[in-house]
Write a protein that binds this ligand. Structure first.
Ligand code: APR
Length: 246
């Protein structure tokens, strides 16, 4: 009885349905560039030229070169303690009969490599390619070019499986469903500058649920959170997960 009681008490002491949003900052300690930090990708490249459908139409080779460089880096980086801590939090919550939804803006697959199961990559994945002609999506680890034939239809119209500015993020119906059930929301390593992801904290506020920000510095929407922790994700995320699991 005490074991079952303990289990019952355990279920009562921490939130049961958690939604976490992550951004480039959670992968910074793995060596992956963020976008808007001083050495970020959007400082070195013009996003309008390498991360929009118009930029791809104007100069596909330039866009392929940008994503080929980022895709080529993937085998050289590894998940860091922050990624592993979120995978552990998910496992513990699910074991206790709760749910955990990891909404990531990142395309580096590091959450999945760290063992996270329910990951919604709303901005796509660097390790996949999509045919602009037939829509076929395939795992893709190598360079892409304007000469790459689609494995399904043969047309040379492959593009990175990335959601560009002006395009619709993926999985957002699932994201909203998860937010409806959430009793805790956290945003980790994101500047809160790109919508609709950046709007999730306001959605959480409307639902009156606790909203935690974990970031190197205050994000654009830092004031909307009920709790803010600042520091390197690889340090503050494992510490935060320990407090959530109690
Ligand atoms: N630990 C925690 N946070 C960090 C770290 C770190 N080691 N290093 C940087 N950060 C924080 C920065 O302070 C910043 O607030 O991570 C955030 C990164 O912000 P961005 O570079 O804007 O990245 P992100 O928020 O993921 O961008 C969102 O914009 O360009 C689009 O599709 C792209 O998914 C991307 C989206």
């Amino acid at each position: 009885a005490s074991r079952h009681l303990g289990r019952y008490v355990c279920m009562m002491v921490h939130p049961m349905n958690i939604v976490v949003l992550t951004g480039a900052g959670i992968s910074a300690d793995s060596g992956v560039d963020t976008f808007r930090d001083p050495d970020g990708a959007w400082v070195k490249n013009d996003p309008m030229k390498v991360a929009t459908p118009e930029g791809f139409a104007e100069d596909p080779a330039r866009v392929h070169a940008f994503y080929n460089a980022r895709r080529a880096q993937l085998p050289t980086v590894d998940p860091n303690p922050a990624h592993f801590a979120l995978a552990e939090l998910e496992a513990e919550l699910v074991k206790a009969g709760g749910s955990f939804t990891l909404v990531t803006q990142n395309v580096d697959n590091l959450h999945q490599r760290a063992g996270s199961k329910r990951v919604l990559p709303i901005h796509g994945s660097l390790d996949k390619a999509e045919c602009s002609a037939c829509g076929h999506v395939t795992v893709w680890k190598d360079d892409l070019s304007t000469e790459t034939p689609c494995p399904a239809c043969g047309t040379t119209a492959m593009r990175p499986y990335i959601v560009w500015f002006g395009e619709i993020p993926r999985h957002f119906d699932e994201v909203e469903d998860a937010m409806m059930d959430a009793d805790l929301f956290a945003a980790i390593g994101t500047s809160g500058s790109v919508y609709p992801a950046a709007g999730l904290v306001a959605f959480a506020r409307e639902r009156g649920i606790p909203r935690i920000e974990l970031n190197l510095e205050p994000s654009d929407n830092a004031a909307l959170f009920t709790e803010n922790h600042y520091g390197k994700a690889s340090e503050i995320v494992p510490a935060w997960v320990k407090t959530v699991l109690g």
